[in-house]
Write a protein that binds this ligand. Structure first.
Ligand SMILES: C[S@@+](CC[C@H](N)C(=O)[O-])C[C@H]1O[C@@H](n2cnc3c(N)ncnc32)[C@H](O)[C@@H]1O
Length: 341
């Protein structure tokens, strides 16, 4: 489909940065309305919540990068080490015309390990990062410096919006990567529907590559989401600063605290903001006046942990054929490579 038709049918603006980098972004009216509408709905409930996709303004994305460096946050290190060891095996599955599509690309550091595999067998490599955060622009520019035969088409939008874009774009084979265990942020029901969505848009020669954190010791898990330096707390609280700045609200950040726990029965880390006072908050652009009680919790994130057999089962039911699993047993973590079945 031509750029103009894509822009029109999906309501994107198109930015041509240079001959190797362009990106698409939803018209701002559409995205601002969505943020205000979603916040207005999710905070106006008996059990208040904020969708974790709103963590990632520029500051939130920087804080997430700091989290990745923390001694307690084993996820990034473990996944990176796995990726470093599997290049030769992964190479056997990818093809010379395959493009890398990445869901939630963030600062695109681990992306390099996948691009190293593709660029080894390709003269020209195409990369489609999809991320809701504007951080995509900066991380794409940095990637271009390292790979002279790389061209990048970014989509600054939700996973769903980006997948729709990719589906409509062309018929080239895609390696769709979803790293960092971001899948764990979905509820099992929504996660299953999301996997079904991915398999339904995949062509027979596409591949899906997903990195997932597995069930492990409760203390290791809890420390990873409540580090001693307080960076995860800052990341969690930053969502309120973002609402203040973008939706004209008056949250007093010092009147909230980070709170997280591992719920063994539900196999998930639960993350909340706990109110330290009885307080009133106004969010002007969401047209909302809130009364929040002392100790009331605002839910901000779940991070579900699975076993390998659970994932195999879910993926199979969602329409995938698993091609290969790579697994770290020290800090249990796995990479799954799958095709459409
Ligand atoms: C946990 S970080 C992972 C970043 C990177 N993939 C990694 O493994 O380190 C999640 C990334 O996904 C993006 N993201 C979160 N929710 C999203 C959504 N619903 N749609 C699109 N991007 C999303 C965030 O902006 C962030 O860059």
């Amino acid at each position: 489909m031509s750029t103009k038709t894509l822009q029109k049918s999906l309501r994107y603006r198109h930015f041509e940065i240079n001959s190797r980098l362009r990106y698409f972004k939803p018209e701002s009216a559409k995205s601002n309305k969505t943020f205000a509408e979603e916040i207005s709905r999710s905070l106006n409930q008996k059990e208040k919540s904020i969708n974790p996709k709103f963590f990632y303004d520029i500051k939130g994305s920087e804080l997430f990068d700091d989290i990745c460096e923390l001694p307690e946050y084993y996820l990034t290190r473990t996944e990176t080490n796995l990726l470093k060891t599997i290049g030769n095996e992964l190479e056997k599955f990818v093809t010379a015309d395959m493009r890398l599509v990445e869901l939630g690309s963030g600062s695109a550091v681990k992306t390099r390990l996948l691009l190293d595999v593709l660029t080894k067998i390709q003269n020209k490599t195409e990369y489609f990062p999809i991320d809701i955060s504007d951080v995509l622009q900066e991380s794409s520019l940095k990637l271009l410096e390292g790979y002279e035969n790389l061209s990048i088409t970014g989509v600054i939008d939700s996973y769903e919006g980006g997948l729709e874009f990719v589906e409509k774009y062309d018929n080239k084979p895609n390696l769709i990567a979803f790293l960092g265990s971001s899948f764990g942020n979905f509820t099992p029901e929504f996660g299953f529907a999301f996997l079904q969505k991915i398999s339904s848009i995949m062509k027979n020669n596409d591949l899906f590559f997903i990195g997932l954190d597995l069930i492990k010791d409760k203390v290791v898990l809890e420390n990873a989401y409540d580090d001693s330096a307080g960076i995860t707390a800052n990341f969690n609280l930053n969502i309120l600063s973002r609402i203040n700045a973008e939706l004209n609200a008056n949250f007093v950040i010092s009147q909230f605290a980070h709170y997280s726990l591992y719920n063994e029965k539900e196999q998930r880390i639960e993350m909340y903001l706990r109110s330290l006072e009885d307080q009133k908050v106004e969010i002007k652009k969401a047209n909302l006046q809130l009364s929040i009680e002392k100790d009331e919790l605002i839910h901000t994130e779940h991070s579900h942990k699975y076993s390998i057999s659970q994932i195999k089962n879910i993926m199979h039911k969602a329409g995938f054929e698993i091609e290969k699993i790579w697994h770290d047993t020290n800090k249990p973590y796995a990479l799954f490579l799958a095709s459409k079945n």
